[in-house]
Design a protein around this ligand. Structure first.
Ligand SMILES: NC(=O)c1ccc[n+]([C@@H]2O[C@H](COP(=O)([O-])OP(=O)(O)OC[C@H]3O[C@@H](n4cnc5c(N)ncnc54)[C@H](O)[C@@H]3O)[C@@H](O)[C@H]2O)c1
Length: 325
């Protein structure tokens, strides 16, 4: 099959493209390099089954001459403080609209990257696909991201009802691994590893007791592949995450990364940064997925424990760090 990917030079996009090519598929990908980079696709750029175009997914004409059997829409503005709420809302809205129009016109499936952030402040755990989506106030910028993804989900489902759009919606829970962005855009693993490599203090937001359930990117890619190819994925929403038993506090994550790099947990250089420092900010205190649906319907089976995933990630990020010296 030929799979189209927006955001192919980003973290998840580049890992997905690599797997698809290894499995014998063709990939056509676009990226505007706003957050991705050429290095992420350097391993695959000469593969004759891979076609890359430096284009902007906000521009509908970027897709006119491209064809794929399914489009995986990953390009996105993620954290409002890295751009603005305006761009988070408008760019994500515009891109989703363009992808819906493209997929309807070509009568192909749209596989859309949503986020666990849509569960927001819901305290009823674990989060399953029918759980309530509980947002904070509109003057807290962080929610602009979740709202943009919620709106996209609603829009995709409405277009399916009204016009027969074929889709799968994927709610990723914190993915990490090789090719991740090495700032907060890439997540806490990226930042903590980078801090230790650079000899800087690890800064934890809040008291570090907030939890997440992280997914190694190879498991995330497994879930995406099932949403592309499995017939039971049609017009469904799925959590793509690790087992709920993998829930970990951010403080423990920092200590584990310290231990894996330094060989022990002696005198970790960790500082707690109060949430107030970020202005009007709200964090999600626990995020635990229910992955029963994707396991039962698509045969998903995450296999990467945090230690093993972190070892691969640290090895990749260390090599990148050394190569830039
Ligand atoms: N990484 C995670 O843990 C995670 C969690 C939840 C949801 N998601 C979602 O998964 C998707 C992929 O995330 P990621 O971590 O790989 O992000 P990423 O930033 O590494 O990759 C996204 C890519 O999209 C590109 N892009 C952005 N705007 C574009 C535009 N207008 N035109 C063309 N390309 C554009 C960026 O340059 C980047 O390469 C996103 O939609 C994100 O919201 C990711």
């Amino acid at each position: 099959m030929k799979i189209g990917i927006t955001g192919v030079a980003g973290f998840i996009g580049s890992n997905l493209a690599k797997q698809l090519l290894e499995d014998g598929h063709e990939v056509v990908g676009i990226d505007n390099f706003s957050f991705g980079n050429k290095q992420n696709i350097s391993q695959i750029e000469n593969n004759p089954s891979f076609k890359f175009f430096e284009r902007d997914a906000r521009d509908a004409s970027s897709f006119t001459d491209l064809n794929a059997d399914t489009w995986v829409h990953l390009a996105s503005q993620k954290i409002p403080r890295y751009s603005t709420s305006y761009h988070t809302l408008e760019d994500n809205y515009t891109m989703t609209g363009n992808l819906i129009a493209k997929c309807l016109k070509d009568d192909v499936k749209l596989v859309f990257a949503s986020t666990s952030d849509v569960y927001g402040k819901n305290t009823v755990l674990p989060f399953h696909e029918e759980s309530n989506l509980v947002m904070g106030p509109t003057n807290v910028k962080r929610w602009a991201y979740a709202v943009s993804k919620m709106y996209s989900e609603h829009k995709i489902i409405a277009y399916a009802d009204e016009f027969g759009l074929k889709y799968s919606i994927m709610r990723f829970f914190g993915s990490y691994g090789p090719n991740q962005n090495t700032t907060w855009w890439g997540g806490p693993q990226a930042v903590f590893i980078q801090n230790i490599l650079e000899g800087k203090t690890l800064e934890i937001h809040g008291d570090g007791m907030q939890t997440r359930t992280f997914t190694f990117v190879k498991d995330t890619v497994q879930g995406i592949m099932q949403c592309i190819f499995h017939p039971n994925s049609l017009n469904q929403v799925f959590n793509i995450a690790n087992e709920p038993t993998e829930e970990i506090t951010i403080k423990e994550l920092a200590l584990l990364i310290w231990e894996l790099i330094k060989g022990n947990r002696n005198n970790p250089d960790i500082k707690l940064i109060p949430y107030e420092t970020f202005g009007k900010y709200e964090d999600v205190m626990r995020r635990v997925p229910d992955i029963t649906k994707i396991k039962n319907q698509l045969g998903f089976s995450p296999s990467w424990k945090m230690r093993e995933g972190l070892r691969e990630t640290i090895a990749w990020q260390t090599q990148l760090f050394e190569s830039k010296k």
